[in-house]
Design a protein around this ligand. Structure first.
Ligand SMILES: [Zn+2]
Length: 523
């Protein structure tokens, strides 16, 4: 687990799929890349539309969907709800769709819900939610097969109170998988902030053990966001739709083929073709090759996300991906609203270090968790009512940094509670400076103003919530350290404490600085 992302295993009757997982959508009649080719590319599961399949092959088909598609892996079927959204209705009942999904032996199957779409009309949204919940109860009564993983869709669209009610009720029913409906139009309009709100609302109202499927989310640049917010399964026809429109996916955004001079990818298609050759191909063949490329990009991105979760670097990956579009970037702020949930699922300690770039990284759970733990749980040793605040020593691990070792040998050091002030953590008790996350944090030398002010504020909070009689602050020559000092001054003034400020013009951790510091501490 990392943020709300997780790597999991979904057991179906046709095998296990690892999540997060993206299921390419197969059009039963019009398919540029065969499902079997997808299997050999590495896709373990695909999705097709039960309504369209039924229309194409008839209700009385006696062949399994795996045979029809010639796909040896897991096959999921959508119900046709999207067609309702687009065409206003379909000529099939839920009974017929469910009966058909059971006949063709779907592994994962969606009931026929009623999509809310983007409607601002609350009464309409309410109707779609109520009807979807009724359909869910009706479906549970008519299911004959329990070996199929049935999907309970959550509707409500932009009406978050309706969405949360729908999510709560759907999750309490016997559906092993929950799906968030209606996001396709939200994504088409780049309403990522709303999408983030919808996902978080849904996620916080369903049982955590149930996988969450996000319908129609097929762009590589937004998968990291959706996974970080708690989605486990995705389906997408986008690889094909984009290809038909000469659109070439990259993790940083999509390009029109005629905008490209190079193919920045080394998949089987891009390795062997130039932009010109690709453009000159007949429509069918070009669509096919662009589809193969797009599928490769989606698969790479899912693998990258899984690797990030595994090593504890999902945040870093997410921050890179949201820079693909300002609207995607904007969605990051939604994380604040569900901070507790993110923290609860982010490991206490991670394999890899933590990179701090700018104030955006203040949102990551590791920073807030550390500060809170220090403020709440750290109490200075009984005998030392004196605090010494030091800038970070020149090398890590801090405790074995040569100047620190030299300093600690002085008798006066033992009379102080020694703490460091470090961006972004604020006050770091010296004995905690060699453990996660402080020791593993890599930071550059040019912190931005918000990071500085935020850290200074954390130092202030620490000082007013801990009882010291005297504070000695060693302020290094850097701009940010002087900013921190002004907050140290106001905290000491507020709590009527004696403050001694030590500043040194020369090398911060040189012998001369340490000697002078010791002299001042003795006074
Ligand atoms: Zn490629």
């Amino acid at each position: 687990e990392d943020l709300l992302g997780r790597v999991g295993r979904l057991h179906t009757k046709s095998g296990v799929v690892e999540t997060p997982c993206i299921l390419p959508v197969i059009h039963p009649a019009n398919q540029p890349v065969s499902p079997k080719e997808m299997w050999s590319m590495g896709f373990k599961a695909v999705m097709t539309n039960a309504y369209l399949t039924r229309k194409f092959f008839g209700q009385d088909v006696s062949v399994k969907i795996h045979r029809l598609l010639d796909f040896p892996g897991v096959v999921a079927t959508d119900s046709g709800a999207y067609q309702i959204l687009v065409h206003g209705g379909i000529d099939a009942s839920q009974d017929e769709i469910i009966d058909f999904e059971e006949k063709i032996d779907s592994d994962i199957a969606v009931i026929l819900d009623v999509p809310t779409g983007l409607t601002p009309n609350r009464r309409h949204a309410e109707r779609t939610v109520n009807e979807t919940l009724e359909r869910a109860d009706q479906a549970l009564r008519i299911f004959k097969r329990r070996d199929i993983l049935w999907v309970g869709p959550v509707q409500g669209g932009l009406h978050l109170d309706l969405l949360s009610k729908c999510a709560r009720e759907m999750s309490s029913k016997r559906f092993p998988i929950i799906a968030l409906g209606s996001p396709t139009q939200v994504m088409e309009k780049y309403m990522y902030k709303d999408l983030a709100r919808m996902i978080l609302t849904c996620k916080s109202n369903i049982e955590p053990r149930k996988p969450l499927h996000l319908f129609g989310a097929g762009h590589p640049s937004m998968l990291a966001l959706a996974v970080s917010l708690g989605c486990d399964l995705f389906d997408s026809a986008s690889y094909n739709i984009y290809a038909r429109n000469n659109r070439y996916m990259t993790p940083y955004g999509t390009f029109k083929l005629d905008e490209l001079h190079y193919l920045p990818c080394s998949c089987e298609v891009c390795r062997k073709t130039s932009v010109k050759e690709l453009s000159d191909l007949p429509f069918e063949e070009r669509t096919r090759r662009l589809s193969i490329h797009n599928l490769n990009i989606l698969l790479d991105e899912v693998n990258m996300i899984k690797q990030s979760i595994f090593e504890g670097g999902l945040w870093e990956h997410l921050i890179q991906r949201v820079r693909a579009h300002p609207k995607l970037f904007e969605s990051i702020n939604q994380l604040k609203d569900c901070y507790e949930m993110f923290e609860a699922h982010t490991p206490i300690s991670k394999r890899r270090g933590l990179f701090y770039f700018d104030h955006l990284d203040l949102l990551r759970p590791e920073v807030e968790r550390f500060r809170r733990n220090v403020n709440k749980n750290y109490s200075p040793p009984e005998k030392s009512r004196n605090l010494l605040l030091l800038p970070p020593p020149p090398s890590k691990p801090y405790s074995s940094s040569r100047p620190i070792k030299r300093f600690l040998k002085s008798a006066v050091a033992g009379k102080f509670d020694i703490c460091l002030y470090i961006i972004p953590y604020g006050v770091v008790p010296f004995e905690l400076s060699d453990i996660y996350p402080v020791a593993q944090t890599e930071m550059h030398g040019q912190p931005d103003e918000i990071s500085i002010l935020n850290t200074a504020e954390a130092v202030f909070q620490y000082l007013v919530s801990h009882r010291y009689e005297r504070v000695v602050a060693y302020v290094s020559n850097e701009y940010w350290a002087r900013k921190v000092l002004s907050k140290v001054k106001s905290a000491c003034a507020k709590t009527s404490r004696k403050l001694t400020v030590f500043q040194h013009r020369g090398e911060s951790w040189g012998d001369e600085a340490i000697e002078n510091l010791i002299r001042i501490m003795k006074v």
